[in-house]
Design a binder for this molecule. Structure first.
Ligand code: SF4
Length: 434
């Protein structure tokens, strides 16, 4: 039997998708190349924003057109189960089963009762944990799921529930099993700094990093989603002690105006955020920062936005993601809010993005001539070049480097001299001697 899986949303969702696919593989399913060949289609959904639910709506409509009157089983799971479900249930009666969020047991039950032939005679082998859906040298390790921060603009706590950390020994086991798949271990959670508080009664990121650092096979460990209110400066020695831990700090601040920050139910305002970035830089001079900023929060004024410009002129942040506030509503019914001024929000985003693009171009051009550690991750047929990521480029969000030459012995980890820059895209030469 053959399957197609569509994993929508973020890397945290991708981890669930990989678990669902591991179950399918365990029962002998193979991936279908074309819709017409699929016996089962699984859509793992994101429902974080209106935009995500609109994407889901479009995706399901497109799938129904593709499969026509095929008898393929169509299954939906993921975040939509906890936001907007009623609306989608009514609109898509063709869906054969709606599997609760992360409920691999329910998925397996459905396979056995409604998809697999009763006489298949399958015996379950030891359940594989995850089957890779990406093949670019990075593997995600979801160290916790859920969140209790209740930022006012975010529905994650109501969709994915309270923080649930995975015990260190389980994460070590999982990471060991992932080590064959890639050289970079990317730690993810909604708020990685709070890892362990639910199961150990304390922030346990240092113990976790110590345990993961011992695993052979990974060259890089990258920490994502470091909430500025929960990051501990006492952790900075970790970056000196553990060479695989990249000095890459993703700290999503969302805003810098004290008024807006507090309205968002977050704590650190302008001065504290600036002090945080400066303290990290003072201790770890090579630190590279990424953040996200939200524009158009209700009540935001030009003066609040000017503070963002001021902050970015005072603190050098290498990568900045910008997104517009969107008025989200909880519950089982979902409708796209036509009465919100989306154009105004988009205009704010574009204004900041264009300023940031100029800054980024200058910053990337300044890298020309410098040498950085990189990892070869892919080949681009269009560019006819190998692609690499430098240590300060996280997978999927921070751009790549196209290589003008090849490393000897097909090595994956190389030193790369930047030779040219075009926005997020860089060109470089592997510097090792042939
Ligand atoms: S910390 Fe992140 S996931 Fe948690 S409520 Fe705030 S924005 Fe949402």
């Amino acid at each position: 039997m053959k399957y197609i899986i569509l994993s929508l949303g973020c890397a945290k969702n991708l981890v669930d998708s990989e678990r669902f696919v591991a179950i399918l593989k365990n029962y002998g399913f193979k991936e279908a190349d074309e819709w017409k060949d699929a016996d089962l289609i699984l859509v793992n959904t994101c429902a974080f924003l209106h935009a995500a639910l609109t994407e889901l709506d479009d995706t399901l409509t497109a799938i129904l057109q593709e499969i026509g009157d095929s008898p393929a089983k169509l299954l939906v799971t993921g975040c939509v189960m906890n936001r907007g479900l009623k609306t989608f249930l009514e609109k898509y009666p063709r869906v054969d089963s709606w599997i609760p969020l992360k409920d691999t047991a329910a998925f397996e039950e459905y396979l056995k009762s409604s998809v697999l032939p009763p006489d298949a005679g399958l015996t379950r082998k030891r359940l594989l944990q995850r089957t890779p859906l990406e093949t670019e040298q990075h593997v995600y390790l979801r160290i916790a799921d859920g969140c209790e921060n209740y930022c006012t603009y975010c529905l994650i706590p109501s969709i994915r529930g309270k923080l649930v950390s995975v015990p260190i020994e389980d994460l070590v086991k999982e990471a060991k099993s992932l080590a064959k798949r890639g050289k970079e271990l990317v730690l993810i959670a909604q708020d990685s700094c709070m890892y362990g508080t639910d199961i150990y009664g304390r922030k346990a990121l240092p113990e976790l990093i110590e345990a993961l650092h011992k695993i052979k096979g990974f060259e890089w460990i990258r920490l994502m989603y470091l909430h500025p209110d929960h990051f501990e400066l006492a952790w900075l020695p970790l970056w000196k002690k553990y060479p695989k831990l990249l000095p890459y700090f993703e700290i999503p601040i969302q805003h810098v105006s004290d008024r807006i920050i507090h309205a968002m139910n977050r704590q650190k305002g302008y001065a504290e955020l600036k002090a945080l970035f400066e303290a990290i830089k003072a201790e770890i001079p090579e630190a590279a920062f990424r953040t996200t900023l939200m524009l158009g929060y209700p009540g935001e004024t030009r003066a609040d936005r000017d503070l963002i410009d001021k902050f970015l002129s005072e603190v050098e942040i290498m990568h900045v993601g910008v997104f517009g506030y969107s008025p989200e509503t909880k519950g089982n019914e979902w409708h796209y809010p036509e009465d919100w001024d989306w154009e105004q929000t988009r205009a704010l985003e574009q204004e900041l993005e264009s300023k940031l693009n100029k800054q980024k171009t200058a910053r990337m051009e300044a890298l020309v001539g410098t040498i950085h550690r990189g990892m070869i991750v892919d080949y681009s047929p269009e560019m006819e070049a190998l692609c690499a990521r430098l240590w300060f480029q996280a997978p999927e969000i921070d751009g790549i480097v196209y290589l003008e030459n090849r490393p000897i012995d097909d090595k994956l980890m190389v030193d790369i001299e930047i030779t040219d820059a075009l926005g997020d895209e860089l060109w470089g030469m592997v510097t090792e001697e042939e």
